[in-house]
Design a protein around this ligand. Structure first.
Ligand SMILES: Cc1ncc(COP(=O)(O)O)c(C=O)c1O
Length: 384
């Protein structure tokens, strides 16, 4: 039997119909003038999206590829680095740095908490040989936003230290002002705020970070920033471009530019607020101390396995939400509101979650969460 399916997880997110059509166009060759013209347009759009004058490199990879490349291209053998470990993706930064044999120091947070920028300032003042700070703009596993603006203010005064930000689930979702906030390196991917299938990874690199790339001596081959920079001058990538995804990206960037970043951010902010209101109305606590606009993380009520909520919502009602990762498995579930998502996607997801919770024995009045979403949307929604 046909089941209508919905993607409400923090990546991959739904792809708009016009973007799917753009990706279905006949292939063009990646060394052709037609492709270079598309890629030039995309480069422009990426700079708008990243709010930067820096070069933005594009790779055929998932976001982790760009994280890997950022480490291998910007650091050197034995360098000391500082990693904010506040969730699964903070752990990933540390794992990649360890894989390259770097001297890794971590700031370990209780999951659900945001890093205190002063803790970074303190580390840097006692250990000025720290070459890079690694952090998430949005730690998707906990739903927490880290204050990368404040961290940028701190790191910019250290001449020989760069700030490397994972904005994989932040870019296009909320403000990430690469240049104004002194974010030397910003990494992202295609399958979240950018409304594309997985497969594209991006890195923006500041002039200060390019100096690090010039002297980096870690082993590297596919992810080679200097090589990509040379190709970028010709509006090409060093290796075969993921042509169809780039065609889709051009369409996405056109949409975002037409509506303006502020409108995108407003929409995400409102959906996040409505989803948090639903949590409260359903008698559930949210997990993140500083919640992001991209995902709302619900604590499962006592005695209820969050994985069961996720399973029922997916198997019975066709809606994919996300469970908890690693140590949070069974304890939380996550509803994403990033990318091509509107208020009615939230309403139907919340209604399915209510039914699943009721089935599992949580005392709630059906419709309470839905009503809370409706009230926020009724009051604050606006169209362009
Ligand atoms: C904050 C963050 N970092 C890194 C990743 C990993 O990206 P990918 O799965 O595209 O390699 C994700 C995706 O889930 C993420 O949300």
């Amino acid at each position: 039997m046909m089941k209508k399916r919905y993607l409400m997880a923090p990546g991959p997110t739904p792809v708009p119909p016009n973007v799917r059509l753009a990706m279905a166009e006949p292939l063009i060759h990646h060394r052709s003038p037609q492709f270079s013209s598309v890629f030039a347009e995309v480069q422009n759009g990426l700079q708008y999206l990243f709010q930067t004058q820096n070069e933005v490199l594009t790779f055929a990879a998932s976001g982790t590829g760009a994280m890997d490349g950022a480490v291998s291209n910007l650091l050197s053998v034995g360098d000391k680095v500082l990693v904010v470990r506040g969730g699964k993706f903070g752990e990933r930064w540390a794992e990649i740095c360890e894989a390259y044999g770097l001297n890794v120091e971590n700031i370990d947070l209780t999951w659900g908490e945001a890093v205190d920028p002063d803790a970074i300032a303190e580390k840097l003042s006692t250990k000025p040989d720290i070459r890079a700070i690694f952090v998430q703009a949005h730690e998707t596993s906990t739903g927490v936003k880290h204050d990368v603006k404040k961290i940028g203010q701190i790191v910019k005064d250290f001449e020989d230290t760069i700030l490397i930000v994972d904005a994989i689930s932040a870019l296009g979702v909320f403000d990430v002002k690469t240049d104004d906030w002194h974010l030397d390196v910003v990494v992202s991917g295609s399958q979240k705020g950018l409304m594309l299938p997985p497969g594209l990874a991006f890195v923006s690199i500041s002039p200060k970070a390019w100096e690090f790339a010039d002297r980096s001596d870690l082993p590297k081959y596919y992810f080679n920033f200097l090589k990509e920079r040379k190709s970028l001058v010709k509006n090409q990538t060093a290796f075969t471009s993921p042509v169809s995804l780039v065609m889709g990206l051009r369409e996405v960037l056109k949409m975002i530019k037409a509506e303006g970043l502020d409108f995108y951010f407003f929409r995400h902010r409102l959906l996040a607020k409505a989803t948090r209101a639903a949590a409260k109305a359903m008698g559930l606590d949210t997990f993140a101390k500083v919640p992001s606009e991209g995902v709302t993380v619900f604590r499962a009520p006592d005695g209820i396995d969050a994985q069961e909520v996720v399973r029922i919502v997916r198997e019975k009602y066709g809606i994919t939400i996300a469970g908890g990762q690693a140590r949070l498995k069974g304890k939380i579930f996550r509803i994403a509101h990033m990318g091509y998502i509107g208020p009615f996607d939230i309403i139907l997801t919340v209604s399915a979650v209510e039914m699943a919770l009721k089935e599992l024995g949580h005392a709630l009045e059906l419709g309470a969460g839905v009503k809370a979403v409706q009230e926020v949307v009724l009051k604050e929604w606006k169209e362009l």
